[in-house]
Design a protein around this ligand. Structure first.
Ligand code: SF4
Length: 348
């Protein structure tokens, strides 16, 4: 296994993961969108397998240089719902707290690719974190705080403790949820110090694990999840439906079964967002509906995720399984949680 993360396209060439003649194009990609692969991810790929389903998630591709007209820098509309830096308040009873915009890996299809990475929105400074916590404290409707970003579990246990102690002092917050890829891409990082910091709020803590292919659920990843579940944190999953990676009922079903075996309850299957340079990963909603329908009945009810779309523009999530998203005028009609109807893809 590599002994350090690969963070440049030159690192990838040295590791044999890309060819030297690909470097000019890939440098252009890396100038726009961050690159990082942990040693664990590199070991899952092995050398020279640029088309394997793990490689495609993390190794940059010249196709990322193409931005299509419907793609946008802020595909799910975070900015439109950000009352103070680091907070996204889209729904009445919950907020996102984006304390960090660094990730241990950079997914090529990332919906926040314009915000994450070394040139991204950075980490909240102590006074900015204080203002974000004050916003939460001042809004008694906020029942749940969702730490996302970036990957919040890259924060040191000391910084996580500061956040969790801040949340401990807000009585109306009952649930703290973390969205992370760490147990899969850097399982050894899930250690006693990290777990102790997550307990500091005294609240109910959920961990949402992001994984997209059954090969990611290695023995070490499963052991990291077991440490979290045994520590008292229920786990749920989130997966992005991606062309060439998991757009196959057999692969998706195997992933959902691997989650359940790991005590991670399948939760969301996301239709890929309209992030710039990601059209090569996107499939049509009808294709997604067919794949999701094929899971029904064939695998246990425990293994069924909910197929959702984040409606572009910040209107929140819509369930888009068969019957819920309807073909209309060459696009789809989807309803937001307030009952308003939107066209997808949005009309220019
Ligand atoms: S871990 Fe999440 S936020 Fe980070 S690059 Fe991947 S999808 Fe984006």
């Amino acid at each position: 296994m590599a002994d350090r993360a690969l963070k440049t396209v030159e690192d990838l060439a040295t590791a044999g993961l890309v060819l030297p003649d690909q470097l000019p194009d890939l440098r252009a990609v890396a100038e726009k969108y961050a690159v990082a692969l942990t040693p664990t991810v590199v070991s899952l790929i092995g050398s020279g397998k640029t088309n394997d389903p793990v490689a495609r998630q993390f190794i940059p591709d010249p196709a990322e240089l193409l931005t299509t007209p419907e793609e946008r820098d802020d595909p799910i509309g975070d900015h439109a719902h950000s009352p103070v830096k680091g907070i996204v308040h889209r729904y009445p009873d919950r907020v996102l707290l984006k304390a960090v915009h660094i990730c241990p890996v950079y997914c090529r299809f990332c919906f926040r690719r314009e915000m994450v990475g070394p040139q991204g929105d950075g980490t909240l400074a102590p006074d900015e974190l204080e203002k974000a916590l004050s916003y939460i404290a001042g809004n008694e409707d906020i029942w749940e705080v969702i730490l996302t970003g970036g990957d919040p579990l890259v924060l040191s246990p000391r910084r996580l403790s500061v956040i969790m102690e801040g949340l401990a002092a807000i009585p109306h917050v009952k649930i703290v949820r973390f969205h992370t890829r760490v147990p899969v891409v850097d399982p050894d990082h899930v250690d006693e110090a990290l777990i102790a910091s997550l307990k500091k709020s005294g609240k109910t803590v959920y961990i949402a694990l992001h994984a997209n292919h059954p090969a990611e659920l290695t023995e070490r990843a499963r052991a990291a999840c077991a440490r979290l579940v045994d520590a008292g944190f229920p786990m749920i999953s989130q997966t992005v439906l991606l062309r060439g990676i998991n757009d196959d009922p057999a692969v998706l079903g195997a992933l959902m079964k691997a989650f359940v075996e790991t005590r991670v309850k399948p939760y969301y299957l996301h239709h890929p967002d309209l992030a710039p340079g990601t059209s090569h990963f996107r499939l049509d909603i009808a294709e997604g509906q067919k794949i999701v329908s094929a899971l029904r009945g064939n695998i246990s009810g425990l293994c069924q995720p909910t197929y959702v779309l984040d409606i572009p523009g910040g209107h929140g999530k819509a369930v888009i399984s068969e019957g819920a998203a309807r073909p209309a005028d060459g696009c789809y009609a989807v309803s937001d949680f307030r009952g308003a109807e939107h066209a997808y893809p949005p009309k220019a």
